[in-house]
Design a protein around this ligand. Structure first.
Ligand code: ARG
Length: 231
């Protein structure tokens, strides 16, 4: 019998918003998408036998792109929330996170979220940090398309605070941001990240969950975790 021609690899179209280091970002001068989420989804795709194609879009465009079928899945440090679960199906949680307040380093009046009443807060559009900021009484919230812009606005003194995910703020501070900024108060909200697929696509969600479970079992998840977060 003649050998079968190799089937073209199935493609998994993955949407992300890459200003969220160390989960998804582009190293300076590079177009390549890197980070914890990027390594994880490539490993999941490989496990599933798919070729992974990363697509860059606005954070608030990710769920609409899933719903319209332009992408198959989203990995973007996206927190599993009841509101989002109305629109999408999440994998099992893959990372435990939370929100935190960041201020200028020399600010000694804002000690936590309770001090943000009436203040100017920068956030990324469509995020849980944005929702949290909106809940602060009389706050003037500016929603930026990227996290880079939100952090820059704080540095330039255009706002009094940023609300963003704690591992992302931690990474930013560790990468040099601590020269101008610091976090204040406790972690505000415990959240877990999930990989999203279109609601109704239970088959793909199950495939992703199966691959994720396998990577957790075989040590690959831990390896990726250590690469980005240490021990
Ligand atoms: N965890 C937050 C949320 O789900 C922020 C995620 C932002 N992610 C990104 N890739 N910019 O709303």
């Amino acid at each position: 019998e003649e050998a079968k021609k190799a089937e073209p690899a199935k493609v998994l179209r993955v949407g992300t918003e890459p200003t969220f280091a160390p989960f998804e970002f582009q190293k300076e001068g590079s177009k390549e998408y890197t980070g914890f989420d990027m390594d994880l989804i490539r490993a999941i795709g490989k496990q599933m036998g798919y070729k992974v194609e990363i697509m860059n879009m606005g954070f608030d465009a990710l769920i609409p792109a899933l719903s319209s079928g332009n992408i198959d899945t989203v990995i973007a440090g996206m927190s599993i929330t009841p509101e989002r679960q109305e629109a999408v199906l999440f994998s099992a949680p893959y990372y435990r996170s939370g929100l935190v307040v960041m201020v200028q380093k020399n600010n000694d009046t804002i000690k936590g979220i309770e001090d943000l009443v009436g203040k100017r807060i920068a956030v990324q559009i469509g995020t849980t940090g944005a929702a949290k900021a909106e809940s602060v009484k009389d706050a003037k919230v500016t929603a930026f398309n990227t996290n880079t812009e939100a952090a820059m606005e704080l540095k330039n003194g255009g706002v009094d605070a940023v609300i963003n995910d704690s591992p992302v703020v931690g990474y930013y501070l560790a990468q040099g941001g601590s020269a101008d900024a610091k976090t204040v108060g406790d972690v505000l909200e415990a959240e877990e990240y999930g990989i999203a697929v279109k609601k109704g696509n239970d088959k793909l969600a199950a495939e992703i969950d199966k691959a994720l479970a396998e990577l957790k079992k075989n040590g690959e998840y831990d390896k990726i975790y250590k690469t980005w977060f240490g021990e």
